[in-house]
Design a protein around this ligand. Structure first.
Ligand SMILES: Nc1nc2c(ncn2[C@@H]2O[C@H](COP(=O)(O)OP(=O)(O)OP(=O)(O)O)[C@@H](O)[C@H]2O)c(=O)[nH]1
Length: 261
């Protein structure tokens, strides 16, 4: 309810004063007062409507900005999910590639990757007339290790032998699992003399290895057969010659290397 200003109070007082009841202007003033009142009421109504409208607009604006914020948050969430999904896919791809090119037990290159590298290195060796040596490595009497100590110990021996071989080869050589307890060493840009030095060192390192089995330890040896790629042969032929040399190393007493013809 609005309060009255001094002029309004004075008009109300004059109109209610009994002395003014018969005054000729009483009726006119009374009508003017009512007109003034109704005008004030109308203005107040308009103000109320305008206030209400403004608050509706304000509410709507707030709702719009709230809606905008919500959609922004949803978009951010979708972007985060998409990022995570892409990272997952990338990791999965890397894992798949790793699984398809590496041996699950030892983590070194598998036969597939070895074959790929063999193809590339053979081509390079021929194109630039560079020497390339391939070496077949086989753990001696490995069946007996499995039979005597169990498959798990056998697996352990495989991993330990790989660790030693990896430590002995040079950075640009590649050691991979050809199958079972047989490994292939690829030595690009390596003459027979240099390769012999590496494989002799490697043989010795494996022979010095001790694999712990409970309170005991066991030792293993490897036999090796090496071939240098000839200008007129493909890699399969070089590998066959390395294999024949390996068989000779086995026949000649194991724990040794033999060179292919
Ligand atoms: N623990 C284990 N054994 C394996 C694995 N792959 C192959 N082998 C075993 O390796 C043994 C290979 O034995 P053979 O080929 O007879 O040769 P060897 O006993 O090593 O004898 P030589 O090669 O003549 O010195 C077999 O008993 C296979 O079962 C493997 O991943 N883990």
């Amino acid at each position: 309810m609005r309060g009255q200003n001094p002029l309004e109070s004075q008009v109300v007082e004059s109109l209610s004063d009994p002395q003014n009841q018969g005054h000729p202007l009483h009726e006119t003033l009374s009508q003017l007062w009512e007109a003034h009142h109704s005008l004030l009421n109308r203005i107040e109504r308009i103000a109320r409507v305008s206030d209400g409208y403004q608050s509706i607009v304000r509410d709507r604006e707030m709702t719009l900005s709230a809606r905008f914020d919500k959609q922004l948050r949803q978009l951010e969430k979708v972007a985060r999910i998409s990022d995570r999904y892409q990272t997952m896919l990338r990791d999965l791809n890397i894992a798949l590639k790793e699984a398809s090119t590496h041996d699950a037990l030892t983590g070194i290159a598998n036969r597939r990757l070895l074959t790929e590298r063999l193809r590339e290195e053979t081509e390079r060796a021929k194109r630039y007339s560079r020497p390339l040596c391939v070496v077949m490595v086989d753990i001696d009497r490995f069946k007996a290790i499995n039979d005597d100590y169990g498959h798990e110990v056998g697996d352990n021996v495989l991993m330990e032998v790989v660790r030693v071989m990896e430590a002995e080869i040079r950075e640009h050589d590649l050691c991979g699992r050809w199958g079972g307890e047989e490994f292939l060493l690829l030595m690009p840009e390596t003459s027979t003399e240099s390769a012999v030095r590496v494989i002799e060192r490697l043989r010795e390192a494996v022979a010095n290895l001790r694999v712990r089995v409970n309170d005991d330890s066991l030792s293993v040896t490897v036999s090796l057969g090496m071939a240098q790629l000839r200008a007129d042969e493909n890699y399969s032929s070089a590998i066959n010659r390395a294999d024949v040399a390996l068989l000779r190393a086995k026949r000649n007493g194991r724990d040794r290397y033999e060179l292919a013809d």
